[in-house]
Design a protein around this ligand. Structure first.
Ligand SMILES: [Fe+2]
Ligand SMILES: [Fe+2]
Length: 371
């Protein structure tokens, strides 16, 4: 039986020292190389047999948009935006007794500085994650054996280039600093890229990373009062919904041919990815930058009363999609039990993303309004 140690490198999911032992050692390097172990696959079967993928490909071709068309001339005063956001939304530590913690004496100014850093950090991680998606999807073009999937994945490569472009531009022109990639996100992306089984790229990227991105962009889209960021996020979300659907449609077909042992490996990979993504949201680099004790603050964050709600919302797309793929209940509900421990199982019957992309297509809606 596989243990937590072999899957995630620690017995207790909430072991703070083990979480912090993972750190990004080459923050000053300009490039990072990951060895890919996959074969590039040609197919001589050009028959278009996969209707759902074909439909998604047609949709992607007509839903392309140009990053230059967003309202980049919008004035963004980060400080006023943060104040407006804080006036409208409940924050994670609100109502939490911080006595005895490193931030017990913090007043308005410190919390404002924290919010600024947290925003720079969050958008930086979105940008790095988008580059991960760009690389993974280019890899899928090479490794997937089906022609319809190669066609679709090629459109996603273009989508992801545009996403990296918009987040980089927003960070450079509207915010006040970049962060290097979070250690846990980096570890996960490296694992996904290095795996030689083509379907694992899909599971790691399209189902787990992009499922979380879709929920997280939706959350920020609702929270922010800044119109350019709102517009940027809803355009990116239109694309992301197709990407997650691409994962669900492809893996549903592929998983139907796998053995129980092979499905169990996919369950374990999904669990590992879920833990890495949960760990990345602890924002350890922000506390470090603000000069407070990182270990204590990660501990406080893990135990914040509102944290299970924030964390669970981020998993609102992943859990139903894993259920649709049969990953929750295979092997006597192995992944269901893990998701119960992470307190995210309540989303299992929320809408899955295989069809949701039409509803989320803001680009088509805007074009219909303009016409
Ligand atoms: Fe993306
Ligand atoms: Fe994507």
């Amino acid at each position: 039986m596989t243990t937590n140690e072999t899957m995630i490198g620690r017995a207790d999911v909430n072991d703070v020292d083990a979480i912090l032992a993972i750190s990004n050692h080459d923050v000053d390097a300009v490039v990072h190389a990951v060895r890919s172990n996959s074969d590039a696959i040609f197919t001589w079967d050009y028959e278009r047999t996969r209707q759902a993928l074909s439909k998604l490909y047609e949709k992607a071709k007509t839903s392309q948009w140009n990053a230059n068309d967003l309202a980049w001339d919008t004035e963004v005063d980060q400080l006023s935006v943060i104040e407006a956001n804080r006036a409208q939304n409940r924050m994670i530590f609100e109502g939490h007794d911080l006595k005895g913690t490193p931030v017990e004496s913090w007043g308005e100014d410190e919390w404002t500085q924290h919010a600024i850093e947290a925003q720079n950090w969050t958008l930086s991680q979105f940008m790095h994650g988008e580059q991960g998606a760009l690389i993974c999807t280019a890899q899928i073009v090479e490794t997937v054996p089906w022609i319809d999937a190669k066609y679709y994945a090629a459109t996603q490569v273009m989508d992801e280039a545009r996403h990296v472009e918009v987040f980089a531009r927003y960070l450079d022109t509207k915010l006040s600093g970049h962060y290097p990639i979070n250690a846990h996100l980096k570890m996960l992306l490296d694992d996904i890229i290095a795996d030689n089984r083509w379907d694992m790229t899909y599971l790691g990227m399209q189902i787990m990373v992009e499922g979380l991105a879709l929920a997280s962009f939706g959350f920020m889209h609702q929270m922010t009062t800044e119109p350019l960021l709102k517009q940027l996020l809803r355009y990116v979300m239109s694309d992301e919904a197709r990407h997650v659907a691409f994962g669900v449609i492809s893996l549903q077909e592929f998983y139907s041919q796998l053995t129980a042992a092979e499905i169990r490996e996919r369950q374990e990979f999904a669990f590992e990815a879920a833990v890495r993504m949960r760990d990345r949201f602890l924002q350890q680099e922000v506390w470090e930058k603000l000069g407070v004790d990182v270990r204590e603050m990660v501990d406080v964050t893990l135990n914040a009363p509102d944290r299970p709600i924030f964390q669970a919302l981020l998993f609102s797309k992943i859990v139903p999609n894993c259920k649709k793929l049969g990953l929750l209940d295979a092997a006597d509900g192995w992944l269901r039990h893990r998701f119960e421990e992470l307190q995210v199982i309540q989303f299992e019957d929320w809408v899955d993303t295989s069809e949701e992309y039409t509803a989320l297509d803001e680009v088509a809606k805007d074009r219909a309004t303009a016409a």
